[in-house]
Design a protein around this ligand. Structure first.
Ligand SMILES: [Mg+2]
Length: 207
């Protein structure tokens, strides 16, 4: 098999560059709204596909808030609601270090490809400045597509004129890895950092 030199690196965001847990949103709200049934709340969001609608930019957050407020009789205001919704991330110090280092050497073109929405992206840029090192971004809510749809990978490759064989995707989701790999991209499934680092150095050494 012919291997090509990697020139472009695409980073996933959630559970790759920063960790997240959406249960913080529901639990944070439930602290405030004592009557809230967290399981029903979560189920309502998923069964109405609000999560997909938000990350593809097909629903705005005011509408999301209004629907939940009405259904669950929430007392909270919009600004606080958005804060709870967004405050679900924490730093991945290992990836912070790697990103800072790799952007300094200027050897690779770096991209961010994320299933996300405006409040989450704003929260991350504000609280995790190292993510701002990735200035070239394809964000699901802006392009109305999301991973693992192949079309979002094709969109990124075509928009920035990248050869799949000289492009590497780092992502924690198996399905995203599969899609990218089927398009001929190099991939690393991000799970344990130490294991990732050995695969990463091996991949970048490819000639
Ligand atoms: Mg992820």
């Amino acid at each position: 098999m012919i291997k090509y030199k990697v020139r472009n690196i695409i980073f996933d965001l959630g559970n790759t560059l920063v960790f997240f847990d959406h249960t913080y949103f529901v639990n944070g709200l439930a602290e405030r709204e004592k009557h809230l049934n967290a399981a029903k709340f979560r189920k309502y969001i998923i069964s109405n596909k609000f999560d997909i609608k938000l990350l593809t930019g097909r629903m705005n957050h005011k509408e999301f808030f209004r629907k939940l407020k009405k259904k669950f009789d929430l007392k909270i205001g919009y600004a606080d609601f958005i804060y709870f919704y967004s405050d679900v991330f924490w730093e991945n110090p290992n990836m912070k270090r790697l990103l800072e280092k790799i952007s300094r050497i200027k050897k690779y073109k770096l991209y961010l490809l994320s299933n996300t929405d405006a409040p989450h992206m704003n929260f991350i840029d504000k609280n995790f400045p190292y993510v701002r090192l990735l200035k070239t971004r394809v964000l699901s809510y802006k392009v109305h597509m999301y991973k693992p749809q192949k079309k979002i990978f094709k969109y990124l490759l075509e928009k920035y004129k990248l050869e799949p064989c000289s492009t590497l995707l780092i992502d924690d989701m198996k399905d995203n890895i599969k899609s990218a790999s089927s398009l001929g991209m190099n991939v690393i499934h991000y799970k344990v950092h130490k294991k990732f680092m050995s695969e990463f150095s091996r991949t970048l050494k490819m000639k």
